[in-house]
Design a protein around this ligand. Structure first.
Ligand code: AVJ
Length: 321
């Protein structure tokens, strides 16, 4: 939970690279995209016109702030615990309102990166100094384990950005179960789920012509080069995006444009690629009410309420135990 787990994180990356690139078909985990460069590229993605998710959720939070805040609030105040806080642009809408209404609360952003937590804390200090911020550094899993005994007053746990969409359903259920176990009866979970919609709209959000999403995915190759002494030529891979409207899964690949041999020196590993061989890098799952209800049910949670944008592109659900 404290600083200094960068080493284990790098080791975890090395392990994932070793497993994923020795498998057939090859894969890498999208969570390793987010180093400093990856964070910046994701910021750029959120500013792209095609990436509708951020605006939808921003509008939902703006439109329904006071109702959402009332769900958060409790007699003795509450802790607002945000998993994967990022730059907090959307959260600040809520925090401003909570401050204006004089609610008693601590804002507890949780992130694996101490660096992003520090940035968020200092920007909040400048923009909304009234907010009491208690940062929690660590993996969601570790932090949730400790949260269970953190039980002094109501917890409002918040996960924005449809971040759960990076998880296959079984992993998403595990994640929700972990949250459920950290919750007591009065606690609540507030979570964003990007919805199924016109497949073209979804594909465009993950397939921008400027190539930002491509660079975002290829950051995995760049990281292997710099951290594991590998020799990937990023130009010899092509980013390929698919969306399956039946399952609701957007899926990203890096496709090798030629037969090639890559050395990952730090791991003493040579990886062979046939021409057109793939590395699966990310899924971004899209949902509907039935699927969200099923996930919640599997995890022992109930949907209490939801909020959506005018087009029904995106929904934020409130869950209770
Ligand atoms: C941060 C996981 C919500 O899947 O939409 C954006 C990441 N990947 N463009 C998503 C992402 C490609 C994003 N999440």
């Amino acid at each position: 939970m404290k600083k200094g787990n960068t080493t284990t994180y790098t080791t975890e990356f090395a392990q994932d690279v070793k497993n994923g690139l020795s498998s057939y078909p090859k894969y890498l985990s999208s969570k390793f995209i987010y180093d400093k460069k990856g964070d910046k590229l994701f910021q750029d993605i959120m500013n792209m016109p095609e990436y509708y998710l951020t605006n939808c959720e921003f509008n939902i939070l703006k439109k329904h702030t006071s109702l959402i805040a009332e769900y958060f609030n409790a007699k003795d105040g509450f802790d607002l615990i945000e998993l994967g806080a990022g730059d907090g642009k959307k959260t600040k809408v809520l925090l401003r309102h909570l401050v204006e209404k004089n609610y008693t609360f601590d804002y507890c952003p949780v992130d694996i990166s101490q660096h992003s937590l520090d940035d968020l804390e200092s920007s909040l200090q400048k923009e909304i100094p009234e907010v009491s911020v208690k940062t929690l550094q660590g993996s969601y899993f570790k932090v949730l384990e400790n949260l269970a005994d953190y039980n002094t007053r109501k917890k409002a746990i918040m996960v924005l950005g449809s971040n759960i969409g990076n998880l296959e359903h079984d992993k998403a259920i595990d994640f929700l179960k972990n949250i459920q176990q950290a919750m007591s009866e009065e606690d609540m979970l507030f979570m964003g789920f990007d919805q199924k919609k016109n497949p073209e709209t979804i594909l465009n959000a993950y397939n921008d012509p400027a190539g930002i999403t491509e660079r975002f995915n290829k950051n995995l190759l760049v990281r292997m080069n710099s951290e594991l002494d590998a020799n990937f030529d990023v130009e010899s891979f092509k980013h390929w995006e698919t969306y399956n409207p039946e399952t609701g899964t957007a899926k990203s690949f890096l496709v090798s444009l030629k037969e090639q041999e890559i050395a990952i020196n730090e791991l003493n590993l040579n990886i062979h690629f046939k021409a057109w061989e793939t590395i699966h890098t990310e899924i971004s799952q899209k949902y509907d009410d039935e699927v969200v209800e099923w996930l919640a049910d599997e995890a022992g949670l109930k949907i209490e309420e939801f909020f959506m944008d005018d087009q029904g592109y995106y929904k934020n659900y409130i869950f209770k135990k």
